[in-house]
Design a protein around this ligand. Structure first.
Ligand SMILES: [Mn+2]
Length: 432
């Protein structure tokens, strides 16, 4: 029984691999075709050789669909009770499948991945990867590998075969019960090309009652490439941000603001309609993102008014202070109390001066203008440069953040003057 199940699954995984091959290699195929063939050249149709393998079924999309819709199409066509998704650029190691199937057979709400070994992009050499890793992310919502904690690594030394709970899956390689995949809502098929779908399915599995595991007894090699070997209609950054926004909007509740703070440009990317996915979340009675953070990924640092990237902007013993004002309010100067709160300001690499999710903004390009706190939108009137000597100059016009009228009008932008004490600001990190 076990063996037959395994054979069926293998059958299905290859058929999906075919579908993905077809989708991902569409561009390559057209390039191949455009080359004038030499006499006697035989150019195989994409997937033709795969389809000669026993039990393999190749499914070709009529047009480019991207990986989410292609995978759903492969999954819909599969007949076995367990699905295995593998990128086309994988090589399975010995006995890779059984440990994965066992975990899913024991509990169909487990979604499991092998340890992903590295196949060299240049030489195809197979290089074993560390099994002390799991998948995580930061607030930019980009997947990253991270080392298990000291305690977890020690526990693993006692039993190196035990499953590793992972907050996120890399996305290219995993096994899932087919009925569970369907119940959970497959993939968000309004996502395009590549990216963000692993984030979305990871949040969904955890928040809706399942779990994600890496199974160290299973190893599959994967070619990690430096860039995508295909084009992204609309640009890879925009497609990735759109997909990621869809995941954040559906699954992260108010915590999505931390994503927008980390990637301000994403606020302006249209992400389409998410009603179906919100309905799915409601229907499955999925838990809130706060539950996920508390129970699955407590290591993710939540930016707060204490700690985090915050600091203060000092002028002698006085500090830049929001004076308790909120959106569209002006800011003032107040004796430093070094406890964050209204005096917590951060200067980002992009040149934003941030107080929580508000940015110090020059609303009009003119000297004498009162600065206001507005939603960070990455626009030019929020970009500043902290110069040597302490001046904070606007990126567009030669005005600097100035406190000389703070008692009357709040902090204003005045003609930059390196001799003016009222323009000299020092950024202090409150964490040290
Ligand atoms: Mn891949």
């Amino acid at each position: 029984m076990e063996k037959r199940l395994a054979a069926n699954v293998r059958d299905n995984h290859v058929s999906q691999r075919g579908a993905i091959d077809a989708a991902q290699n569409g561009r390559q195929r057209s390039e191949q075709k455009s080359r004038a063939p030499d006499k006697g050249d035989y150019i195989a149709e994409d997937g033709e050789e795969l389809s000669r393998i026993h039990k393999v079924r190749v499914i070709r999309n009529e047009k480019r669909e991207g990986l989410m819709r292609s995978r759903v199409r492969g999954a819909d066509a599969a007949t076995a009770s367990v699905l295995t998704f593998l990128d086309s650029h994988c090589e399975c190691n010995a006995d890779w499948l059984e440990p994965l199937l066992e975990r899913v057979a024991e509990d169909p709400t487990r979604v499991v991945c092998p340890v992903i070994d590295v196949i060299s992009m240049d030489t195809f050499q197979y290089i074993g990867a560390s099994a002390d890793l799991r998948g995580g992310f930061d607030w930019s919502l980009v997947f990253k590998w991270e080392y298990l904690s000291q305690t977890e690594r020690q526990a693993r030394q006692k039993d190196p075969t035990q499953a590793i709970r992972t907050p996120m899956i890399a996305g290219g390689l995993f096994v899932i019960n087919k009925a569970y995949f369907e119940k959970l809502g497959k993939y968000d098929t309004q996502m395009d090309v590549w990216g963000g779908e692993n984030l979305e399915i990871s949040f969904r599995v955890w928040q809706c009652g399942g779990s994600l595991e890496i199974i160290p007894c299973s190893r599959v090699g994967h070619v990690f490439r430096k860039r995508h070997p295909y084009s992204f209609p609309g640009g890879s950054g925009n497609v990735f941000a759109r997909n990621t926004r869809r995941a954040a909007e559906v699954w992260m509740d108010d915590y999505k603001q931390f994503y927008y703070n980390a990637v301000p440009l994403a606020r302006n990317i249209p992400y389409g309609n998410i009603q179906d996915r919100m309905e799915l979340k409601r229907k499955l009675h999925c838990k809130p993102f706060s539950w996920y953070l508390k129970n699955v990924y407590p290591e993710l640092v939540i930016p707060t008014s204490e700690g985090g990237p915050g600091g203060s902007l000092k002028q002698g013993t006085a500090c830049l202070d929001s004076m308790g004002h909120l959106l569209d309010g002006n800011v003032g100067l107040y004796p430093c109390h070094d406890t964050g709160g209204n005096q917590e300001w951060g200067l980002t690499k992009d040149g934003l001066i941030k107080h929580h999710d508000l940015c110090l903004t020059l609303p009009v390009y003119a000297k004498g203008t009162t600065l206001l706190m507005q939603i960070c939108d990455g626009s030019e009137n929020q970009k500043w440069r902290h110069l040597e000597g302490g001046l904070i100059r606007h990126s567009r016009i030669p005005v600097c953040v100035d406190s000389r009228y703070h008692a009357q009008r709040g902090i204003t932008a005045e003609k930059c003057d390196s001799n003016a004490e009222t323009q000299r600001w020092h950024l202090y990190n409150n964490n040290h």
